[in-house]
Design a protein around this ligand. Structure first.
Ligand code: 4F9
Length: 265
């Protein structure tokens, strides 16, 4: 997969290309990464890429001519490329969109700066608008890195285990289960016995319960919209029965009569 980033700050990307999984993906030619400096496409003598906003106000706007020329240069090189503008007005990035973008052969990531880009950089030049969240950055560069990072680790052969990305948090709509490594006891807290038992099936069941529990506690919204499988339903119902038993015992002990608490069926 090929990424071309259009930016006025290409130097920001050098350390990004140079570390960890991204660096290894480049070395193994799983991805090809480059930048085009938008400033190089400004034909004015001082290579200015911004200008004052029509209508007045303090903010500066990215001029359309250099940006359009840079996008067209990238397109010339890769006619099939999917061209993405990073903007708070885009669809909000998530794991599903990372999957979707990983299917393209070539991605062009356009980074705006200042208050935004001239409105005439529109759908003729841009295929897709993506936001990485509801906040304003000083430019699209960090958003482009977030997207390149999340997309790269979806590509086969970029992570340690061949199917490591399939086991990800979010891959199945749940948060990650708890993880432990050595030492076996850390500050009086031991690793759960089951993980040392070597019983693979029981370990898998424990991990599913752990993932469900963490999702329920930290991100109930994810559980609410998840398409639960029979195993997951069984675990949630087991917990539900346990909680009901606890409450029943409590109410019995305290002789309380909750108004309308009787079963309706
Ligand atoms: C881009 C913010 C993507 C969030 C681009 C200023 C941006 C952004 N997600 N903010 N320029």
């Amino acid at each position: 997969m090929k990424f071309v980033v259009l930016t006025i700050f290409p130097e920001m990307f050098a350390p990004f290309w140079d570390h960890g999984i991204i660096r290894r993906a480049i070395e193994k030619e799983k991805i090809f990464a480059s930048t085009l400096n938008i400033r190089d496409f400004a034909d004015n003598r001082h290579q200015v890429t911004d200008d004052r906003t029509y209508g007045g106000g303090s903010g500066m706007v990215m001029k359309p001519e250099p940006l359009a020329a840079a996008i067209r240069a990238a397109e010339q090189e890769m006619p099939s490329a999917h061209k993405v503008l990073l903007t708070p007005q885009g669809r909000v990035f998530n794991q599903k969109i990372a999957h979707e973008l990983a299917l393209y052969k070539n991605l062009v990531l356009v980074c705006g700066r200042y208050e935004g880009v001239d409105e005439r950089i529109n759908s003729e030049l841009i295929d897709d608008e993506i936001s990485i969240g509801d906040y304003v950055l000083t430019g699209g560069e960090l958003a482009a890195m977030v997207i390149i990072d999340a997309v790269t680790r979806q590509l086969p052969g970029t992570l340690g285990g061949e199917d490591a990305a399939k086991k990800d948090s979010f891959a199945d709509g749940l948060l990650e289960h708890a993880h432990y490594t050595r030492p076996q006891v850390f500050e009086d807290e031991a690793v759960p016995d089951i993980l040392l038992s070597g019983h693979h099936e029981e370990i898998e069941n424990w991990r599913l319960e752990s993932a469900l529990m963490r999702t329920l506690m930290k991100r109930a919204d994810l559980l609410q919209k998840k398409d639960l499988n029979p195993k997951e339903i069984e675990i949630l119902e087991k917990w539900s029965r346990r909680i009901e038993d606890i409450l029943k015992s409590y109410h019995r002990a305290h002789g309380e009569h909750r108004e309308g608490a009787e079963k309706k069926s």
